[in-house]
Design a protein around this ligand. Sequence first.
Ligand code: FES
Length: 160
Amino acid sequence: AVAARSSPDAVSLTQEPVLVCTEAQLLREGRWSGQVHGRDVVVFHHLGGCYSMDRICHHAGGPLQDGDIEDIAGHACIVCPWHKIKITLATGESLYRAIDPATIKQRPPKTRWTSKGVKQRTHTAEVRDGNIYVTLSNDEQKVDSDYYYSEEYKKLVSAS
Ligand code: FES
């Protein structure tokens, strides 16, 4: 049988878990940011859970580690400090207020929180023996935040 080959666009990240900080440090500071296998990652502690995602905001490169966490329609979200995009901690989905078409003629029309889909790559953060380990995502499907690790972006940065 021929081995399945992934597409040239597929994302492949090292799967070895990395110890990033102690649980006590994460509880104290609420968040950790740094590199995991060369990837900029942030870990949040929120309401007893640990969440990890790419640190650089998919929208325009904002520092998610400096954002506030808010509850948006029942989803814990990090709010990017640059343009206030709301990203769910659990799934990396970007939420926005969509106008309800049934109310388009009302002033103002009604809106509801809607997902634009997964825009920020999430990773796995877990507690083991008092330490926090991050395992990078094994999802090959590209998401917008992957742009900051692309050849295209590296060329742009080295040319500026
Ligand atoms: Fe994050 Fe624009 S860079 S919202």
